[in-house]
Structures are given as C-alpha cells and as structure tokens.
Design a protein around this ligand. Structure first.
Ligand SMILES: Cc1ncc(C[n+]2csc(CCOP(=O)(O)OP(=O)(O)O)c2C)c(N)n1
Length: 600
C-alpha cells in the first residue's frame, strides 16, 4: 500500500500506514466531519499536510480564519448547524492562547468541539523552545483543562489512538469541547497499526431515559393542570413532535431567547420569550397560570431565565433535559426528568393526557398582542436616523424565507430577541438533505435566529456566520452586529469573501459600545469608555473587495433595494447609521448586575 503522504514508500503489512496526523484526520472523518477551521503555524504543519492529503481524496476542507478565536467561533457554529463536533486547529503558543476565547465560549454554551494545538518537538521541551506550550512553558493543556471536558498532551505516538478517540468521545458524549496538544515530532511519527476505534457508532450519545422519573411525570400530568410549556434550545429534529404535543394538549408556550428561532412567532399558543430582552406577555403567562410548568432543554442561566425569575424557577417546574448540567441548575424544581428528548416527547404524545382548557388558552397570540400593544408606542417620531426598533420591523417584513439571522453580543441580540419576528415561512430542510448535509441536524434547518445565552463574546456572530454558511451555503445568513464588534472581529468577513459564502453583515452603527453606553445611562452610572470613532464600514467593506451600502437615514432605508436579501452570490455589508438614543430592551441584565435603578 502507498504511504498516505504520496511518497511512494511501500509496505506489505499492515494494510494501513500513516502518521499520527493522518490518524487524527482519520478519526475526524470517521465521525462525519468534513470541514475544519484553523490558522496555520510551524508546530501544526504535519496536521495541515494530513488535511491536504485528505482533501485530495475528497475529504476534509480547511477553512483558514484570520484569528484563532474566529476559527473556534466558526467551528462552534458549524457544530450547531450540523450536530457534529466542530474542529478547530491552532499552532502552539499565541495560536493556542488566541483560540481560548472561542473554545471557552463553546464550553460555556455546551457545544461539542475538538480543539487541536501543536507543540515544539518533544526533545526541546524545557529548553525555551519557541512557543513552548507545556508545563515548562505556557502550559496550554493545563489552561484548556480548566474548561474542556478532556485536555491532554500526546507525549508518545503510541498514545495517539487512545487520546484522540477519548477526546472525540468526550466532546460528542458530553457535548463540550475537548482538547489535544500534539508535539510536531509526534504528529510526524508513523503509526503502523490499523485504527481500531469505531467512533462513528460510539460517538452518538445513548438514548437513555430515566424511566421512573418519566412515570412520575405522566402521573403528575394525569392529575395536574399543565399551565405552560417552556422551550429551551432543543434539537430541531424534535420540534415537530414537540409542537404536536403543545397543540394536542392546547398548552400555551414560551421560549428562551436562544430557542426563539425554533418557534413560529405567529403560532396561536406562543406567548413570547422568557429571558434576556424577552416579553412581558411571557412572564404574565408564567405568573398568572396555576398548574405545572413543563420545561425542555432550558439551561436556567441568567439570560435564559429572565435573571432567574421566580415566576419560572419555582416548585411548579418540571424540568426535562438531556444534560445533567442543566438539571443541576434547577434544584427548586418539583421533578427532574433526565432523558433523550425525542423518547420523552414520544411518551408524552402516546399518553394522550387530558386537556384542561383555561381562559389563557384562548388568549391572544403573541404576535397579535404585540401588534396591538408595543408597536406604535415605541416609535419616536421625527428622527431622520433609523431607529433600531424600526430596523427590526423592516427586517421582519423583508427578510426572505429560510433566512438564518445570527445576532452578536450587544444590542443586536437584545433587539433581535425582543423585536425581530420572522414569520413561519421555512421549508422542512429538504434543500439541506438534497445538498448532502447530515440528516440529524441538531439545531439545523428549523432555527431562524441564533443568539448566545452564555459567555457572549463580542464578534462571535461575525465569525459564527462563516461557520453557519459553511455548513449550509444554500441559505442566506444575516449577521446583525455592532460597530464595536466589527472593529474587534471584522477581519473574519474576508474569510466569507474568499469562499464566496452568502452572508450579509448588517452593522448597527452608533459610533459607540451601545450596550455599555445605555447600561451606564439606565443605571445612572458614570458615562465612560463607550465612545467609538465614526467609521464608514461600507468603505471598509469595499476596501476588502465586498459590495456594500451605507444607510444614513430613514429615507435611504425605505428606498433600499431588498433584492439584496435574495442574492446568494457572496457576502456583502450594509452599514446602518442608527439612532443611538433609542433605549434597547436590556433592563433585565442591569437587574442581574445589581445596577438597575427602578424602574428599568
Ligand atoms: C470580548 C468582549 N469584550 C467586552 C464585552 C462587554 N460588552 C458587551 S456588549 C458591549 C458593547 C458592544 O458594542 P457594539 O459591538 O458596538 O454593539 P452595540 O451594543 O452598540 O449594538 C461590550 C463592550 C463582551 N461581551 N465581549
């Protein structure tokens, strides 16, 4: 058999021969991953060589980010879209430290990721080799070990199979990042054994259900009124069953901010978002209705629970989740049901629970109530600039079917969660399947809004949009971001340009760190540190080679040619100079920080 590096070196037995880097690539491919994200460097050259060999066979694609945190954000988004672990690669030293924010963000949001870093050759350890990154230098395995489910240095080629498969299994089974750091000489070492692990089968988390807890749940629901269903970030594949249960039991439901994209905002039983920038209507439902609250996939974080609202987190709560970490956050619940979502929901559907109609079940749908109450009063007449609220209404009206909106940390998330209501115009994901995308897409085709509820690093959405678009280039990705985030991470836009990915960057340009500015004002704190220079981002995008538009006022927005939203030919940028004074819906965050004045 030919050596995988194409050198012509031949061997008779064994029938597989490659180096440690080839073995790493083999296992990454085995679990179905076809794209890896990274930034090159000397200490990972053999891994890139192995990726190049894989590419020639039609295997892995390498997407080169501009900063390693961008590579991790891209891998994170790619994972959310495909349901497979994301893979990001950085060289030793500064490459590995740059990647930390992206991997930590994935850890805090429980996204499966394999982070790979390089090291100088083993014999140079302890001698101040350039970018030495183990115990005698900047100890990268130890640093990553603080937030990864697995972090290990491969100090001998014979460890490769055990450690690479352990890292991938940890990532997949625990839905968290895992990390391996591989010295460059170990990467090059030959492995003369057939790869023996079967990760394609073993990496799937078992579909277990706590049967006793499920029986208790069915018994409670047989005799207790179900007041509301709370939807957290569920795998999109279970949403049809979930909605069947909600509709059959005629139960009003709310969503957390990150699950808003799974829901049709016009559904007659939907009552809005409970959580950061959420809706009073959602809290009213939880507060007024007596009976059980049945929550699925809720992480009970600050942003995901309206600052741990007692209306949600109380003894009426029955919490169903696949992840023990989510359940640990609700010790006040009446019942925890740990188990695979589709199995639990299937059992609820089989049980045919009695419907207990109440007045709120016939109440007004979220969108209808929203149109009647919030809309007119929020507008501030007379501003020539575009109000962010108005921009959201404009986007709600003009965005095409199947759009995927990715909102950045800052006011973009607040406005999108509170005010962007893209109607149910999505398909069933058939176009994804036609394009050969993985079938069991976890958060894939059904979610139109992607936001973070944990960690929330500025600029995540800019790089994440590249990862989402790589996973599904047949759908428009619209990135809502702020000028501060763009100045922090805007370089990643050039990756989308190089790959001609259909991403629109829409900048809410207010010449300030808007969330900080408004937060200080609302809290009557000192006004400090939020000023940004007035930047023409449309000109910046043109300098990068990207089509762009600048929208300085309302009239220009009204005249804007919305066919741009249907162009899937490559990335472009829309720089909207917004009215910086409209107050964003961020009061809940201030309450949690303890800096809110009453009322916010
Ligand atoms: C990496 C990082 N640094 C700092 C923060 C704190 N922070 C949260 S929002 C924000 C301002 C964001 O400004 P911009 O991107 O312009 O968005 P805007 O709020 O104006 O829409 C800051 C500094 C953060 N979340 N992430």
């Amino acid at each position: 058999m030919k050596h995988p590096d194409g050198s012509g070196q031949r061997t008779t037995a064994p029938s597989w021969l490659g180096n440690v880097a080839d073995l790493l690539v083999h296992y990454i491919e085995q679990i179905g991953v076809n794209t890896v994200f990274g930034v090159p460097g000397g200490a990972i050259e053999p891994i890139l060589d192995a990726v190049a060999r894989s590419r020639r066979r039609g295997g892995l694609k390498l997407v080169v980010a501009r900063h390693e945190s961008g590579a991790a954000f891209m891998a994170d988004a790619w994972s959310r879209e495909t349901g497979l672990p994301g893979v990001c690669i950085a060289t030793s030293g500064p490459g590995a430290t740059n990647m930390i924010t992206g991997v930590a963000n994935a850890a805090d949001n429980r996204i499966p990721l394999l982070a790979i870093t390089g090291q100088p050759p083993l014999p140079l350890f302890g001698r101040h080799a350039l970018q030495e990154s183990e115990a005698a230098g900047i100890d990268i395995p130890a640093i990553y070990g603080h937030f990864c489910s697995y972090s290990s240095l491969l100090s001998h080629p014979d460890q490769a199979e055990a450690k690479i498969s352990a890292a991938l299994l940890h990532a997949c089974r625990e839905s968290r990042p895992a990390h391996v750091s591989i010295p460059v000489d170990v990467q090059r070492s030959l492995v003369a054994r057939m790869p023996g692990a079967h990760l394609e089968v073993l990496s799937r988390p078992p579909r277990l259900v706590d049967e006793e807890a499920l029986r208790k749940l069915l018994a409670i629901l047989a005799e207790t009124r179900l007041a509301a269903v709370v939807l957290g970030l569920l795998p999109s594949v279970v949403m049809p069953m979930m909605m069947a249960f909600i509709e059959r039991s005629a139960t009003p439901f709310v969503s957390t901010p990150d699950a808003k994209g799974l829901v049709n905002p016009g559904h007659p039983l939907y009552r809005g978002v409970v959580g950061f920038a959420g809706h009073q209507q959602a809290l009213d439902l939880l507060g007024e209705a007596d009976g059980a609250l049945l929550a699925f996939g809720m992480d009970a974080s600050e942003w995901g629970s309206a600052g741990w609202s007692p209306l949600l987190l109380n003894e009426r709560l029955i919490h169903v989740d696949e992840q023990p970490a989510h359940l640990l956050a609700t010790p006040m619940a009446r019942l925890h049901v740990q188990g695979d979502f589709s199995s639990v929901i299937a059992r609820l559907l089989e049980a045919r629970l009695p419907e207990t109609p109440g007045p709120e079940r016939t109440g007004q749908s979220f969108l209808a109530a929203w149109r009647m109450s919030d809309l007119p009063s929020d507008y501030r007449a007379g501003s020539a600039r575009v109000l962010p609220s108005m921009l959201m209404d404009y986007l709600s009206a003009h965005l095409p079917p199947q759009v995927r909106v990715v909102a950045d940390a800052g006011n973009s998330t607040a406005w999108a969660v509170h005010r962007l209501h893209v109607a149910e115009r999505r398909d069933s994901g058939r176009h994804l399947m036609a394009a050969g995308a993985p079938r069991d897409s976890r958060y894939g085709d059904r979610s139109w809004l992607r936001v973070l509820t944990n960690f929330a690093p500025m600029g995540w959405a800019i790089a994440a949009s590249v990862g989402y678009a790589m996973a599904d280039p047949l759908r428009l990705t619209l990135c809502l971001t702020g000028d501060g985030s763009l100045l922090m991470n805007g370089q990643e836009m050039t990756v989308a340009l190089a790959l001609r990915l259909p991403v629109i960057w829409l900048v809410l340009n207010d010449s300030s760190l808007g969330m900080v500015r408004h937060g200080q004002q609302l809290a009557r704190a000192e006004s400090i540190g939020h000023e940004l220079p007035a930047v023409d981002f449309a000109a910046m995008a043109r300098a990068m080679g990207m089509p762009s538009w600048r929208i300085p006022d309302l009239d220009t927005l009204r005249a804007f040619d919305t066919s741009v939203f249907r162009n899937l030919d490559g990335p472009c940028l829309i720089d909207v100079l917004i009215d910086a004074d409209e107050v964003p819906p961020i009061g809940m965050r201030l309450k949690a920080l303890g800096s809110a004045r009453e009322p916010v």
